[in-house]
Design a protein around this ligand. Structure first.
Ligand code: OXD
Ligand code: MN
Length: 582
């Protein structure tokens, strides 16, 4: 097979000359191809069959123990001008990066097959979607891309119709951490990744294309590529709303994306649907609203902690057609991870007999890869070419104190400030030290393909591109009391906060104006059937003026780290907060 797209044909030929594969295989995306690859991966030991009675078509892959996560210190943005990559990225000059990568790729596919994967990020017929081609020597990557993207003939046909595509070149090399680099060339719309087979480093459609390269494209073209879930919320009156939400890791993003509302809400007719769990591309529509697609087709989620209690929808989708990476196995060949249930696994993620002395049975970053269609809360709107209109953007962090349960931005720029200052806080429990605040603007710290100052400027500029931008909110599920106990129940109960947000978006609820934005009246948070002291809720909705004064100073110092590219609008909003605090 080949292609009528000359640029693609030339590139594949050039890569083959460099990498010297034994053969070249163009992926067509068919069911027959999927079966063929599964057989091949079983035969060479990359996949192990899990219990086919309880988990039909589920496979286990145990990776190289040194290749289990993204490698931010080896991830580079290679722009001509160093300043354009910003202090938020590692930078390498494109020429030097190409020289280094050419050296690594030279001859690296000898004795291997080179797979060409045409893929589309987003529904094939969506004008918001974009195509790419990943060349890889890993059949495991092919099987993951099959679940995570629309890949094969349909994507190739679109590339041949449209012309443009993002070039992604990947080789597992020798899986040597000392010969591992993830390079991005935003100005060339290309990615080169060597030495890792881990999802975030190797499934180039995901973080590399859909966030780092796409965020750069989005700035150039006037849209947004964000690290956000997309959630559908249908009210008992039958009105459909959509929210997009950004959370740093370990803040319950996948759980929120698949939330099951409390029983009373379900009885009343509220419905939650999942459009996306990780990435959101938003474009201004003719109506002035932001229209969003999930560029992905599947979920690449963290397994540990997923259970009937925390995320029943996620658990339900993992019984069929799923690839598990680095989880443990039970006696009867079922996948297992910490937090799943109280069984004891037989083997751990290194394939050894389980021994608690060796640490967790499943790697803490062990993953499942599964088609989004397997999720009980899957929204058919995931296939919509126009995408879904976003009513609210939510930024969440993990703050043990200070940040209220929910607050609404006064205006768009204030919302951008809220997003730019998202933070997670860890407590050094052993020493009793104060929480360390780690800022993760828009949860994009590892994923923004250019200078954060320019990125915030682009967010501010969206006002000139769309007349009906979503309202912006911050949420914080993680406040703790003096005894170190969580004050808000979280999980499905977060629905109560979503109801308030929808009430604000539809002008059905009043709010109190405070120095840090609009906050709910305690009475406006629905506490039906919730065993919660209203005094605690009141605490969660109180602004501590002194603590916020300190926060304002911390935010100012943080923004200044990004130099003179930070839009003045953010400092003006910060000053407004400061003035309101008195
Ligand atoms: C992810 C991440 O894997 O954000 O989604 O790291
Ligand atoms: Mn993510």
């Amino acid at each position: 097979m080949s292609t009528t797209n000359q640029a693609l044909a030339d590139w594949v030929k050039q890569v083959a000359e460099l990498t010297q594969p034994d053969s070249i295989y163009w992926c067509d995306g068919s069911e027959a191809e999927k079966q063929k690859f599964n057989k091949m991966l079983l035969a060479d030991g990359t996949f192990k069959k899990l219990n086919q009675d309880t988990h039909p078509d589920c496979y286990l892959h145990l990776s190289d123990p040194q290749d289990v996560a993204r490698v931010e210190h080896l991830t580079f943005i290679c722009t001509e001008n160093e300043a354009d990559a910003g202090p938020n990225n590692h930078w390498m000059a494109p020429e030097a990066a190409h020289e280094k990568m050419d050296g690594l790729f030279a001859g690296c596919m000898r004795g291997r097959t080179m797979y060409v994967i045409p893929y589309c990020m987003g529904p094939i017929d969506s004008p918001i979607a974009r195509c790419g081609v990943e060349i890889t020597d890993s059949a495991y990557v092919v099987q993951n891309m099959r679940l995570m993207t629309r890949m094969g003939d349909a994507a190739l046909a679109r590339i041949e119709r449209e012309g443009g595509f993002v070039k992604g070149l990947h080789s597992i090399g020798e899986l040597d951490p000392d010969r591992r680099f993830i390079m991005h060339f935003p100005e060339e719309l290309s990615i080169q990744s060597f030495g890792s087979g881990y999802g975030g480093n190797a499934l180039l459609g995901k973080k590399c294309h859909a966030l780092r390269i796409a965020s750069y494209q989005a700035k150039t073209e006037g849209w947004l590529a964000e690290h956000m879930l997309i959630l559908g919320i249908k009210t008992p009156a039958g009105t459909q709303h959509y929210v997009a939400a950004a959370f740093p890791s370990a803040c319950g993003k996948t759980n929120l994306a698949m939330l099951i509302p409390p029983e009373g809400y379900v009885k009343d007719g509220w419905e939650i649907s999942t459009v996306g769990d990780d990435i959101c591309w938003m474009r201004p529509g003719e109506d002035g609203r932001l229209w969003a697609i999930n560029p992905e087709a599947g979920f690449f989620g963290v397994a540990p902690g997923t259970s009937k209690g925390t995320n029943p929808n996620a658990l339900a989708m993992l019984y069929k057609d799923t690839i598990f990476t680095n989880v443990a196995e039970t006696e009867d060949g079922q996948p297992w991870w910490e937090g799943l249930d109280d069984r004891t696994p037989k083997t751990d993620w290194k394939g050894r007999p389980f021994d608690a002395a060796n640490g967790p049975a499943a790697h803490p970053n062990s993953r499942f890869t599964v088609s989004a269609k397997r999720c009980p809360s899957y929204s058919p709107e995931m296939e919509s070419a126009t995408g879904v209109p976003i009513d609210a953007i939510i930024f969440g962090g993990r703050r043990a104190s200070l940040v209220p349960l929910v607050a609404e931005a006064r205006n768009w720029n204030h919302g951008v400030l809220m997003g730019a200052t998202v933070a997670s806080e860890t407590t050094a429990a052993a020493t009793g030290a104060v929480g360390v605040v780690r800022r993760d603007p828009m949860a994009m710290k590892p994923f923004c393909g250019y200078h954060f100052g320019d990125y915030w400027g682009h967010w501010v500029d969206m006002q000139t591109k769309a007349d009906h931008l979503p309202k912006v909110f911050t949420v914080n599920w993680f406040r703790k009391n003096d005894q170190g106990k969580f004050m808000w129940p979280g999980f499905g109960e977060n629905m109560r906060v979503l109801e308030w947000i929808i009430g604000r978006c539809t002008d059905q609820l009043q709010a109190r104006e405070t120095a840090i934005g609009y906050l709910p009246e305690v009475k406006d948070i629905n506490t039906d059937n919730l065993d919660m002291d209203l005094a605690v809720l009141e605490q969660l909705l109180t602004v501590d003026v002194d603590a916020w004064k300190t926060e304002v100073n911390s935010v100012e110092a943080f923004l200044k780290e990004y130099g003179d590219r930070v839009p003045s609008a953010l400092f003006e909003e910060l000053l407004a907060v400061d003035n309101h605090l008195g």
